[in-house]
Design a protein. Structure first.
Lengths: 283, 293
C-alpha cells in the first residue's frame, strides 16, 4: 500500500513539474513585461521585477509627441484590427458554413455526393498554394490592403462545412420529416429545430474560427502593406524586428497578443477540446 | 426542383462560390503560374509574361538555397516529429494515470500554449533562448552547462526552434492520445495485470498496440505540419544563421513576396503540395489498413 502511495505522490509531482515547465515561458513573459526598462538584460538578470512597473505598457500603447510628431507603435489600432477581423470572419464564416454543413448532411439535392467528394479531396491542398495567385487576383480587384482581403480567404471554410455536416448527420430524419408534415418551411425547420441542436458545435466552431483568425500570420502579412491595417501578429512581428533587444517592451507586446485569446479560451475550453476530439473529418 | 432542393442550394451556393473564388480558382492558377516566368516585370505589365514550361522546376533543382530549404524542412520534420509526438505521449501517459488529481486543470494548462499566437510566443521564446539573458541558458548554467548560442549557431538553431515548436503544439496530440488511452480495453489491461505482466510489458503489449494507429496517424499529420513551418523562423531567426532555418515555405515567401518571382514561387508551392499529397496518400493507406476510412 505504501509503495502505491509513494508512486501516486511521484506521479502527481511529475504532473505538477510538467505543468510548471509548460507555464514557465508564459509566466516569465508576464513577469518581464512588468520589469522596469532594461532590467531583464542587466547582468545578472533578474527573475522577479524589482518593482512592478506599467512603463512598458505605457511605452507600447500610449501615443505621444516626440520632436513635434505623434508617435506610437500602432499596437492599439492593431488590437482593434485583429478584433474586427476575427469577429467578422467568425460571424460571416458561421453564417456561410453552418447552413451549408446542414444541407450536405440532411437536405437532398442533385450533385450532393459529388460535391462532398470534391470538398474532401480539396482538404489535401495546402492553403499556401492558392496564396500567390490569390494575391494577384486581389491586387487586380483592389482588395489588397483591406479588411475584405484578409477576411475573404478565411471564409472558404471547407473544414467547417465537413465539421458541421458530421454533427448534423446525427439529427434524426423523423424529427425533420414530422416538421415538414406539419407544414413548416425548410428555412423555419433550420432556424427553429436544427440550429438549437447544433448550438454546442456552433460554439466550438466559432472558437476555432476566432482563434484561427486572431493567430493567422502568413496571409495578413502578405495582403496588408499599410501599417494602419496590420493585425496584431503582423504588427508584433514588425516591432520585434526593430526592437529585438528590448526585452520588456517585446514581452508586453506578447502579453497584449496572447492574453485576449487565453481569456477567451479558458472558460470555453470544454467546447474547444470536445471539438478537437469529435472533429476528425472522415468523408 | 423541390422546395427542399431550392433551400439546399440557397444554403450551399454562397460558401461554394467563395471556395471557388478564393481557393479552387487560385489553386488552378498556381499551376498555370508555375510554368511562366511571372516576375516583377509582369507585375507591371502582363505583356511581359512568357511561358517557360518546366523551366521553373529545373531552375529550382539547380538552386542551392532551394535544396538547403528542402534539407532544413526535412530535418525539422525528422527531429520534430519524434520530439513532439514523444512529448505528447509522455504527457498523455502521465495525465492518464489513475492517481493524478485535478486532471482538468492540468489538461487546460498543458494545452494553453497551443491556442496562443505563434508570433507572440516566438517573440517570447527568442528572448528565452537569448545567449546571455535567456532563461534556458541560465537554467543550464545552474547545472554547469556553458551557455549555448541557440539562435546564432547554425547547428543549434533547428533544435532551438524545435524546442519552441514542441512546447507550443504538444498539447494538441496530448489530448488526442489521452482519448485513445481512455479507449484501451480495461479488461485486457486487468487480465495482463493478473497474469503478472510488469508495467512496461503491459505498456508494450497492451497499450501500444491499442493506441498504435492513433500514434501513427498523429505522426503523419505532424509531418504535414512541419512541412509548413514559416512563422517560427520568420520571427526568431529570419531563416538564418547561415540559412540554417530557411524552410520551403520561407523560401517560397521570400521568392514570391520579397523578390516577386511569383512564377518560381508557384513552382515551390506546387512541390510543397505534391509532398503533402504524398503524405495524405500514406495516411489514407494507414487508415485503410486499420479500417477507419
Amino acid at each position: 500500500m505504501t509503495r502505491r502511495r509513494w508512486r501516486a505522490i511521484a506521479v502527481n509531482a511529475a504532473v505538477v513539474a510538467a505543468t510548471l515547465l509548460t507555464a514557465a515561458p508564459l509566466v516569465w513573459m508576464v513577469l518581464v513585461s512588468f520589469m522596469p526598462r532594461g532590467e531583464s538584460s542587466r547582468f545578472p538578470p533578474r527573475l522577479w521585477p524589482s518593482r512592478w512597473s506599467w512603463e512598458n505598457y505605457h511605452e507600447l500603447l500610449a501615443r505621444r509627441l516626440i520632436d513635434g510628431a505623434w508617435f506610437d507603435y500602432r499596437i492599439v489600432p492593431a488590437l482593434w484590427n485583429s478584433l474586427a477581423v476575427a469577429a467578422l470572419s467568425t460571424l460571416l464564416g458561421l453564417l456561410l458554413t453552418v447552413p451549408a454543413g446542414y444541407a450536405f448532411a440532411k437536405l437532398r439535392f442533385r450533385g450532393r455526393e459529388r460535391l462532398l467528394q470534391l470538398l474532401v479531396a480539396a482538404l489535401v491542398v495546402p492553403g499556401q498554394v492558392a496564396m500567390l495567385p490569390l494575391f494577384l487576383i486581389f491586387k487586380e480587384l483592389g482588395l489588397v490592403n483591406s479588411y475584405a482581403g484578409v477576411i475573404l480567404p478565411s471564409l472558404a471554410g471547407i473544414f467547417a462545412i465537413l465539421f458541421v455536416r458530421q454533427a448534423a448527420l446525427s439529427i434524426p430524419d423523423e424529427m425533420l420529416d414530422a416538421a415538414r408534415l406539419d407544414g413548416a418551411s425548410e428555412r423555419r425547420i433550420f432556424v427553429q429545430i436544427v440550429l438549437p441542436l447544433l448550438a454546442p458545435i456552433t460554439v466550438t466552431l466559432a472558437l476555432f474560427m476566432f482563434l484561427g483568425s486572431w493567430n493567422d500570420f502568413l496571409w495578413p502579412l502578405i495582403v496588408l502593406a499599410d501599417q494602419h491595417l496590420y493585425t496584431l501578429p503582423v504588427a508584433v512581428a514588425a516591432i520585434s524586428r526593430e526592437h529585438a533587444a528590448d526585452g520588456e517592451l517585446m514581452m508586453a507586446a506578447a502579453v497584449v497578443t496572447t492574453l485576449p485569446v487565453l481569456i477567451l479560451f479558458v472558460p470555453l475550453q470544454r467546447y474547444y477540446i470536445s471539438g478537437l476530439l469529435g472533429g476528425s473529418v472522415k468523408g | 426542383m423541390t422546395r427542399q432542393e431550392r433551400t439546399a442550394w440557397g444554403f450551399v451556393l454562397p460558401v461554394l462560390a467563395i471556395i471557388l473564388f478564393v481557393f479552387a480558382l487560385p489553386t488552378v492558377l498556381a499551376l498555370a503560374l508555375s510554368v511562366t516566368d511571372y516576375s516583377i516585370y509582369a507585375l507591371a505589365d502582363w505583356g511581359a509574361l512568357r511561358f517557360v514550361g518546366l523551366g521553373n522546376f529545373t531552375d529550382l533543382l539547380t538552386t542551392p538555397l532551394f535544396w538547403r530549404a528542402l534539407g532544413n524542412t526535412a530535418l525539422f520534420a525528422l527531429l520534430g516529429v519524434p520530439m513532439a509526438i514523444g512529448t505528447s505521449l509522455a504527457a498523455a501517459l502521465l495525465l492518464h494515470d489513475a492517481s493524478v488529481r485535478w486532471k482538468p486543470l492540468w489538461r487546460v494548462l498543458l494545452f494553453a500554449p497551443y491556442v496562443t499566437s505563434v508570433v507572440a510566443t516566438a517573440v517570447v521564446w527568442r528572448f528565452l533562448l537569448n545567449t546571455r539573458f535567456g532563461l534556458l541558458n541560465r537554467a543550464l548554467g545552474w547545472i554547469g552547462v556553458p551557455p549555448v548560442d541557440w539562435l546564432g549557431d547554425p547547428h543549434a538553431s533547428i533544435p532551438a526552434i524545435l524546442l519552441f515548436v514542441t512546447w507550443k503544439i504538444f498539447g494538441y496530440n496530448m489530448i488526442v492520445f489521452t482519448a485513445a488511452l481512455a479507449a484501451v480495453p480495461h479488461d485486457l489491461m486487468e487480465a495482463a495485470r493478473l497474469d503478472g505482466a510488469s508495467r512496461w510489458t503491459r505498456f508494450r503489449h497492451v497499450t501500444l498496440p491499442a493506441i498504435g494507429p492513433t500514434l501513427l496517424l498523429a505522426a503523419v499529420m505532424s509531418v504535414a505540419g512541419f512541412l509548413q513551418i514559416f512563422a517560427e523562423p520568420y520571427v526568431m531567426t529570419l531563416g538564418g544563421p547561415a540559412q540554417s532555418t530557411t524552410t520551403v515555405l520561407y523560401f517560397m515567401f521570400d521568392e514570391g513576396f520579397k523578390w516577386w518571382n511569383l512564377g518560381q514561387a508557384s513552382a515551390v508551392a506546387f512541390i510543397l503540395f505534391l509532398m503533402i499529397l504524398a503524405l495524405t496518400l500514406v495516411q489514407a493507406r494507414i487508415g485503410r489498413r486499420y479500417e477507419w476510412l
